[in-house]
Design a protein around this ligand. Structure first.
Ligand code: AMP
Ligand code: GLY
Length: 424
């Protein structure tokens, strides 16, 4: 069985690493993949956003199944195009991927179906947005409607900052058309947790919880990044909170998408915040998170390929999905300077020594192969991931792995797994 995974980051390396353990023994391909992925899959030089390129490759090379992992190809309708050619695929269709692609859509969906989220207003005109922002209390939140590489959310501390953000998005178009409309929303206080879920539109199986460290430096200082590390499970996501989320958020979201004629099949990612007034949705993503995937999939007992196929065939309810009762921690090693300017092409040393520990896996995010060596090739370079029976041990093991790896300018946070908790 030939399986193609679209994408080339740490998330895709993790998905392929898990698929490589499938008893179905699939032959694995990646488009475009990366250095680490080339150890377990055939990498083909097609960009993840090249819909027709991926479709032609899949047809010509008779792929039996395609997993579309990143957001942009999902929004571009890659799954729809593959299905139209008779190729089975994992991921939401374009009309369902909009739950991530448009913040206006997702806010209106939540309002219509009473799914708890921050109060908000939508504006398609900068003057109206600015007049409104004169009337709100601060901090307040301004979001570009569309995809903006994770940079489209501004927490404004003052009216001046808010006005500048609206001008950047709506007048100077710093995010292009993604800023044609903005959502102005109430600032919420609480601990954040990510819950990813498999769903075929009939059944939803939430995965184990995770927490992400988004800021570049320790103690949540510095710029926002794609994610500097993750851990699973969250210490705060109790069974009682899970029940509350199932009832108020997860099931209602799946139902809402069905009612809108936009059945969601794939991974639905719930970015949640636990406020004084209950759990609310901060954002939806239409895919696996990165680097949440790196700590969630190593804890999965069930064959991932079996789950993917059950979702595609809408028979998820016929299988069970089981998780290990353990913990995982992923420390991202990034290029010096990330998330701003950084240099690449440095040799990565110590990978073998780190991976000598059977409970440690190094997922490659931005690397390329150079003969037997691996070179840095991106901002986030590696996700050093340890699994253990508990979080404390997983943290220690992950950092033992990190200490064995080096490349010029390497930067990582020292406090992954230890998040400051807000107590009300
Ligand atoms: P998003 O891209 O929507 O996940 O937003 C990025 C980050 O901004 C989130 O992870 C939160 O930390 C923060 N954020 C977004 N919306 C709000 C809100 N309404 N209140 C407080 N923080 C928020
Ligand atoms: N780590 C957050 C995301 O994947 O969107």
């Amino acid at each position: 069985m030939k399986v193609l995974v679209v994408g080339g980051g740490g998330r895709e390396h993790t998905i392929l690493w898990k698929l490589a353990q499938s008893p179905m023994k699939p032959e694995l391909f990646a488009a475009p993949g990366n250095g680490g992925i080339s150890q377990i899959a055939t990498c083909v030089n097609i960009k993840a956003t090249d819909v027709e390129g991926v479709v032609s490759f899949a047809k010509e090379n008779k792929m039996d199944f395609v997993v579309v992992a990143p957001d942009d190809p999902l929004m571009l309708g890659m799954v729809d195009r593959l299905e139209a050619e008779g190729i089975k695929a994992f991921g939401p269709r374009q009309n369902a991927a909009i739950i991530e692609g448009s913040k206006v859509f997702s806010k209106e969906l939540m309002k219509k179906y009473n799914i708890p989220t921050a109060a908000y207003e939508v504006f398609d005109n900068a003057d109206a947005a600015i007049s409104y922002l004169e009337t709100v209390s601060y901090p307040t939140v301004i979001k570009a409607e569309g995809l903006a590489l994770g940079k489209g959310v501004i927490i404004a501390e003052s009216f001046e900052e808010a006005k500048a953000a609206v001008n950047d998005m709506m007048c100077d178009k710093v995010f292009g058309d993604a800023g044609n409309r903005v959502v102005c929303e109430e600032f919420l206080t609480g601990n954040e947790v990510s819950v990813l879920a498999f769903t075929d539109g009939k059944t939803i199986y939430p995965m184990v919880s995770a927490q992400d460290h988004k800021r570049a430096y320790d103690n949540d200082e510095g710029l926002n990044t794609g994610g500097m590390g993750t851990f699973s499970p969250s210490r705060l996501y109790t069974d009682a909170i899970h029940e509350e989320c199932m009832k108020n958020i997860f099931l209602p979201t799946v139902e809402a998408m069905n009612k809108e004629g936009r059945t969601f099949k794939g991974v639905l990612y719930f970015g949640l915040i636990m406020t004084k007034n209950g759990v609310k949705v901060i954002e939806y993503n239409a895919r696996f998170g990165d680097p949440e995937t790196q700590v969630v999939l190593p804890r999965l007992k069930t064959d991932l390929l079996e789950i993917f196929m059950a979702v595609a065939d809408e028979r998820l309810g016929e299988i069970t999905v089981e998780w290990e009762d353990n913990a995982a921690v992923c420390v991202v090693m990034a290029s010096g300077g990330y998330p701003k300017k950084y240099a690449t092409g440095f040799e990565i040393k110590g990978l073998e020594a780190a991976e000598a520990d059977p409970n440690l896996t190094v997922f490659h995010a931005g690397t390329k192969r150079d003969g037997d060596a691996f070179l840095t090739a991106g901002g986030r370079v590696l996700g050093v991931t340890a699994v253990s029976s508990n979080l404390e041990e997983a943290i220690t093991k992950a950092y033992e792995g990190v200490s064995k790896i080096s490349f010029e300018g390497a930067h990582y946070r020292k406090d992954i797994g230890r998040k400051k908790e807000i107590v009300f």
